[in-house]
Design a protein. Sequence first.
Length: 294
Amino acid sequence: MKLAAVRQGDATVIGVVTEDLAGVRLLSPALGTVDDVVRGVVTTAEVAAAAANVGAVPLAAVSLAAPLQRFNRDILCTGWNYLDHFYESLGKREGQGPDAMPAHPTFFTKGPDTVVGPADPIAYDATVSQKWDYEAEIAIVIGRDGRSIRREDAWDHVFAFFLANDVSQRDLQRAHGGQWLKGKSIDATMPCGPWLTTIDEVPDVGALAIECELNGEIMQRATVADMAFPIPQLISELSFGMTLRAGDVILTGTPSGIGNAREPAVFLDADDVVITRGGALGELRNTVRQAVLT
């Protein structure tokens, strides 16, 4: 099932995307939201039953919000989870980070106010940062609480996948003591969606692809199989002694090709068009727009 958050006025309703990705079945606001489905307040069986009685409208005729609107905490993120990305940035991290790939995943967080929808503008303010960088990623949504989850049980705790672009401000990232929260948490800078693809629709997780296109040029391309630390290991190590809850979001890392590692460096500017593709997971298409963030 592909679950979208469809804007209706100031609220969102559950939209079930059709198999051909051309239509969406809009469910009654009384049923709840996608966030309610993730948390089990509304079951997928109830959603499927409701969708069976509703005709589809063209997907192009509706406005999609970020699929999740309610967050338990900061978004949980993984750094350096593709070997080629780790090594492409050697010598360019300004003293932050090791010279050899860590033995364990690197985790950090970013604020939920970064989140925007799959076609929304990415806010840009050059007075905040001079180094705006793209990072296409696959995200997972936790659908079942757990602490110290074993690797072999990790998939039992995953509800769905979606796409995100962890737009980062590299100068801010370097300026605050070696931790990344500030350079990853500028408002309205992380597009995500376009919908949640439930795990039962992804028989081969390793084949999931991720790609970033900037102004018509492919900048990043990889698959989940290229990750240094597989998703079950991320879940197991992150949950060790720490409860993950239904509705938590985990970004799984970005592959090589980031702007900061290029020669010369490539940073985002106003009116740039950033497309994040994920094969069966859909596509984000966002324009960088001038905004006042100070």
